[in-house]
Design a protein around this ligand. Structure first.
Ligand code: CA
Ligand code: CA
Ligand code: CA
Ligand code: CA
Ligand code: CA
Length: 365
């Protein structure tokens, strides 16, 4: 049983700001306890002042040169941005109102192999698909026949590569609980096409999703309920609810937002979710989804992280800045000192999070 190293004395020193709906939101987290600091923050997104615009990140690992890895982030008012590990924006693709993004490696057709990103695009209720240039991490549009899901309003998206047959699949969900699964294929023109292979429904609005490429699982966050686990193969009927991922867990305040997986050896590792209502990230074991505890990102040299939408994590060494992996979180209220800026993404060295827990979480070498 994993216990917290530091019990929280309930001491929350936060600057409270009144919001339009009269509820109080903590816009600047300055807590002690199970909190780490961001090492890097990205350039703010381009949006109107006070817009909720940054949403979901995906980490792309440059396997030739890990320090040249990139973070792809959605700006749900404008398009897709690519950041380097120093937080500098190196590319912006004005593809529209993309909400969530995910990436996978090595989709192949004959001798051609590509890494790629998919994003749920609410401008036209379709899927934006880009290849990722293997040296630079730059995005290039790669849509074949545009995928238009039969979903009222596309919202969450994630990718899955089957451990059985190496087939690539995309899951996309909608605000009315629709979920669709597509088989993705590459053609000789560097285009990616999708064929719908499954559709199902959950009860209320979902968003965050992540698939486990070695255990064959799909996790779906139902924003005001908790996290569901499904079989990720098109014919796998498994469905179960993760205990302590909902109202029974006092560490969670809805919405459940971004969900990501930290891969350890074999079945080890963690399922991590954004508990948006209390600015926390809750951690479960990957193997049997046992609840371990939570962490947050507080103000240090860089401001803390509040009201997070999307997250991503990577267990691999990514150069000098992130030699033991990286955790990336969208920040709903980005301050530089007392100045409120547009939203951005924060990067945290994984080992700092791992050491908050007792025993420490896994740190891959
Ligand atoms: Ca938001
Ligand atoms: Ca994502
Ligand atoms: Ca949401
Ligand atoms: Ca912040
Ligand atoms: Ca800042």
């Amino acid at each position: 049983m994993m216990i917290r190293k530091i019990s929280l004395g309930g001491l929350i020193v936060g600057l409270l700001f009144a919001c339009d709906n009269n509820s109080k939101k903590i816009e600047q987290t300055d807590e002690k306890g199970l909190f780490v600091n961001a090492l890097i923050e990205t350039k703010p997104v381009q949006s109107s002042k006070d817009q909720d615009a940054a949403d979901d990140p995906a980490i792309w690992v440059n396997r030739e040169s890990p320090s040249e890895s990139k973070i792809i982030g959605t700006n749900k008012k404008a398009g897709l941005a690519v950041y380097n590990l120093k937080g500098e924006r190196i590319q912006f693709l004005p593809v529209g109102n993309v909400n969530n993004v995910d990436i996978r490696y090595d989709l192949s057709f004959k001798d051609t192999v590509v890494d790629y990103a998919v994003a749920s695009n609410r401008s036209g209720n379709f899927v934006t698909i880009c290849t990722i240039e293997s040296g630079s991490g730059m995005l290039e549009n790669a849509i074949g026949d545009t995928i238009f899901p039969e979903i009222t309003e596309v919202y969450g998206i994630c990718l899955y590569v089957s451990p059985k047959d190496n087939k690539h699949y995309m899951f996309i969900n909608g605000k009315e609980g629709e979920v669709e699964q597509y088989l993705l294929t590459l053609n000789g023109q560097f285009q990616i096409n999708g064929e719908k292979v499954r559709a199902f429904q959950i009860n209320s609005q979902p968003e965050g999703m992540v698939a486990d490429d070695s255990l064959g699982l799909l996790y779906i966050g139902e924003e005001n309920k908790g996290i569901w686990k499904y079989g990720a193969e098109p014919d796998d009927q498994h469905k179960s609810f993760i205990k302590q991922s909902g109202a029974s867990n006092s560490d969670i305040e809805f919405d459940i937002e971004g969900i990501t997986l930290y891969y350890g050896q074999e079945e080890s590792g963690y399922l991590i979710a954004s508990s948006q209502g209390n600015n926390r990230f809750v951690v479960f074991t990957r193997k049997d989804n046992k609840y371990l505890g939570y962490f947050g990102i507080a103000k240090g040299d860089i401001d803390g992280v509040e009201e997070t939408d999307g997250i991503d994590v990577c267990h691999l060494a990514l150069g000098d800045l992130f030699p033991k992996g990286i955790f990336v979180a969208q920040d709903g209220f980005n301050y530089d000192g007392e100045d409120k800026k547009n939203q951005n993404f924060k990067f945290v060295p994984w080992q700092n999070i791992a050491h908050l827990f007792d025993p420490a979480l896994i740190i891959n070498d």
